[in-house]
Each structure stands twice: as C-alpha cells, then as structure tokens.
Design a protein around this ligand. Sequence first.
Ligand SMILES: [Zn+2]
Length: 69
Amino acid sequence: MQQICPECGGKMIYDVSTKHYLCNKCGLYVTREQLQELRWKLRQLPEDERRKKKRMEDEYLSWWLSRKR
Ligand SMILES: [Zn+2]
C-alpha cells in the first residue's frame, strides 16, 4: 500500500529490512506506528484550531450584535 508523507505529501517508500517508511521528498524516516501517530496529530491540530476560531467568531458576533442594539 502506498503511503503519503504526513509532512510534505510526498510518496513514501517502505523498507522491508528495517520496517521503516522513507519519504523520497523530505527524507522523513519513520515506522508504521510513528507514521500513524504523526497522521493522527496532524489531523487533530487543524480540527482544534478550527473549533477555536469558530468559537471566537461566535463570541465576536454576539458582542457585535449586543453592542448594536
Ligand atoms: Zn515528506
């Protein structure tokens, strides 16, 4: 199965002898477990940022609306 680098989006080559994935673009060298962990972290972060931003926008909107009245 072709793996995509979580750092740069490049193609990753699986080295059977060392059981590591190597990115041919940025040189990221990780195990399958580390790769999944990185993916999970990267997926979680933008989600949190988005939620924080949305909450700030909601707060600003309610403040703006209450001020106008
Ligand atoms: Zn890469």
